[in-house]
Design a protein around this ligand. Structure first.
Ligand code: C2E
Ligand code: CA
Ligand code: CA
Length: 605
């Protein structure tokens, strides 16, 4: 076929191309199909799409359909000198470039050149003035005589292809940012972290190389989100990430989820102790840095550390162990960083056991409500009781609340447990009323989680309705921490209880961060002074000074004062003189079963 002046393209080509490109759901397949169609339609030897890449002056062959040319060139990068690049781009700016073979001219370079192409039509693609690549039509056998109309139509086709490719790139980019990086901090994803750590673990040998896996988070981060808003929370996370990444060199670091971060540091085995000490200091410093983002809150970083000293463990397990140690660091006041120990696995199994067994324990009444008497100081008569849960196993042994309440508070199971306790108490009060036995107020503990859900007040109302208990026999205890952490829900809870005629106490007063100003602003009926003040059988002068002022303050605020944990006569005498109203403690009685409490009541009234 010789050269011809008539057009070989018509606009039908564009419609056909659009159809091919929109067929199927995979753009790169569609582009391949289109190139194949075009190559055979025009009987060309090759059609090539070259796209500009981030490497300077470089194009990469993204698609190519070649007849009689076995060399695989897809993904090949062609890098030009700056001069050649600029020359080509200024040529391309004219709209298109046609090369015709000429024995007298310098040959073109590259693999295609081996076949002495007779004709190459290059249609460059520019977007907003930036050169992004070319669509090349190559003929080895005879020169095509492309007409102006052919070039116009093929240029439209080129636009179609490049628009599709740009979209594909954007998709890839957004997918990679979505899938490969954390969208808040830009850190690697957890899966990538684990892959990188797995790759590094074989370097660990006892006494030689080690890796420290540090899993950390901000204690009560949720409160920061709630108090300052999520945008501030995100800002804090970004700063956290920045600080972690700008500190000591690491194998990898990532945000696992929420405010949970994990970092792996490669160190010499001989440096383990020093590094642990340094990390402790760095962590304090990190807390102070983050504090700057939220000056009014108390930022505490908690972390758990796992030391990899041999290669017999996989990365995911080390992360789980470091996380276990982190959880432990939260439970121990004042501790910021905890090293993993194998006891934690036992502890985890125990917690799993408790969570698994809870529904059965509720159903089988293995959870038993105990009652601890409260005695009035003035009359030395029974004033009421506090309901305290005990878990009685089938073998008769007990599990005490300190062993399971923190776990259930952290996973939400506390809600069903407490509802069970409330119902048991209401039923007990109903039983005493029905049997014309003297009835006393019984207080029940409330967890923060109750206040965060909207269920507790309707539930209490339903119990009042169901058992018809006069509200004066019901009391709820909220620890001072609850007031601090959930002030508004606490306020709502107290005011509804007040409306219902149920009294509310502040439990564990003096054990944490109490805000005296808060006490005066909340209509609390009873102040329960924490048993921490009763640590000495004979109170120290300083304890007495504090107790005198607390009792005095509560009385001025018209609150009833109860002191918990009273074990000795001398404590009792002091508290009576100081004006304390009610005593709860082993001195008068330990928490006891319902049957024992029934007997206690008879002997005390
Ligand atoms: P709490 O509410 O401060 O309860 C008082 C704790 O002090 C009880 O421990 C009680 O046995 C103990 N205690 C009372 N008098 C004395 C004393 O004279 N000396 C000493 N050393 N201890 C005394 P218990 O029953 O082990 O409960 C521990 C904590 O578990 C409770 O502290 C409370 O925070 C929580 N808890 C217990 N039962 C429940 C429940 O049904 N629901 C919820 N949410 N929490 C509960
Ligand atoms: Ca209590
Ligand atoms: Ca208490």
């Amino acid at each position: 076929m010789g050269t011809t002046n008539s057009s070989i393209c018509n606009w039908q080509l564009i419609d056909d191309a659009k159809k091919i490109l929109s067929d199927g759901n995979h753009t790169s397949n569609a582009v391949n199909n289109l190139l194949l169609d075009l190559r055979s339609r025009f009987n060309l030897n090759a059609i090539v799409v070259r796209q500009r890449i981030s490497r300077p002056f470089s194009l990469r062959i993204m698609y190519e359909h070649v007849k009689n040319c076995p060399t695989k060139r897809i993904n090949q990068t062609i890098t030009y000198s700056e001069e050649d690049w600029n020359k080509s781009v200024s040529e391309y700016k004219k709209g298109y470039y046609i090369y015709y073979f000429d024995e007298n001219k310098a040959p073109i370079s590259g693999v295609i050149a081996k076949y002495k192409p007779q004709c190459i039509l290059q249609l460059p693609y520019f977007s907003k003035g930036v050169f992004l690549g070319t669509l090349d039509f190559i003929d080895f056998e005879q020169p095509h005589d492309w007409s102006e109309q052919d070039i116009i139509i093929l240029s439209s086709l080129r636009d179609l292809i490049f628009e599709d490719l740009t979209k594909l790139d954007e998709d890839k980019e957004s997918k990679s940012s979505e899938y490969d990086k954390d969208y808040i901090t830009g850190m690697n994803r957890y899966e990538t972290f684990i892959e990188n750590l797995d790759r590094a673990i074989p370097s660990c040998t006892i006494g030689n190389n080690a890796i420290l896996v540090v899993y950390s988070d901000i204690h009560h981060f949720k409160l920061i989100n709630e108090g300052y808003g999520y945008r501030k929370g995100d800002e804090l996370l970004r700063e956290y990430a920045r600080q972690l990444q700008s500190g000591r060199t690491y194998i990898d670091a990532c945000r696992v989820h929420s405010d949970n971060f994990i970092v792996a540091y490669q160190i010499q085995a001989s440096d383990i102790d020093t590094t642990l000490r340094e990390l402790e200091i760095e962590q304090k410093w990190l807390s102070l840095e983050l504090q700057k983002c939220c000056p009014d809150s108390h930022i505490r970083i908690c972390s758990g550390i796992y030391i990899i000293d041999n290669s017999d463990i996989d990365a995911a397990t080390t992360a789980a162990y470091a996380n276990m140690a982190r959880k432990q660091s939260k439970q121990e006041k004042g501790l910021r960083s905890v090293l993993f120990s194998s006891d934690m696995i036992k502890d985890m199994k125990r917690r799993a056991y408790l969570n698994d067994e809870l529904p059965k324990a509720i159903q089988n009444h293995n959870l038993v409500v105990y009652y601890q008497p409260k005695i009035s100081c003035s009359s030395e008569k029974l004033f009421g009781a506090e309901a305290l849960i005990r878990w009685q196993k089938d073998d008769g042994t007990f599990i005490y609340p300190d062993e399971f309440i923190p776990e259930f508070e952290s996973n939400g199971n506390i809600v069903s447990l407490d509802y069970y306790v409330y119902e048991e108490v209401f039923r007990y009060q109903r039983y005493r009323l029905d049997h014309n036995l003297s009835v006393f107020p019984v207080s029940m503990n409330v967890s923060r989680l109750h206040l965060e859900s909207n269920d507790i007040l309707p539930y209490i109302r339903s119990l009042l309705d169901k058992y018809q208990i006069p509200p004066k026999y019901i009391e709820f205890e909220l620890t001072e921490n609850i007031y601090m952490q959930s002030i508004e829900p606490a306020r709502k809870f107290i005011s509804t209880c007040n409306d219902l005629g149920i009294s509310v106490s502040m439990d564990d007063f003096g054990s944490g961060y109490s805000s005296l100003n808060m006490i005066s602003s909340l209509p609390i009926d009873v102040l329960k002074i924490d048993k921490i003040f009763m640590k000495n059988e004979t109170l120290s002068d300083n304890d007495k000074i504090v107790l005198n002022s607390v009792i005095d303050m509560a009385k001025r605020l018209n609150m009833t004062v109860l002191c918990e944990g009273v074990e000795s006569k001398s404590q009792l005498n002091f508290l009576k003189d100081a004006g304390c109203d009610i005593i709860q403690g082993y001195y008068y009685g330990k928490p006891m079963s319902q049957t024992e409490f029934d007997k206690f009541v008879t002997s005390y009234v």
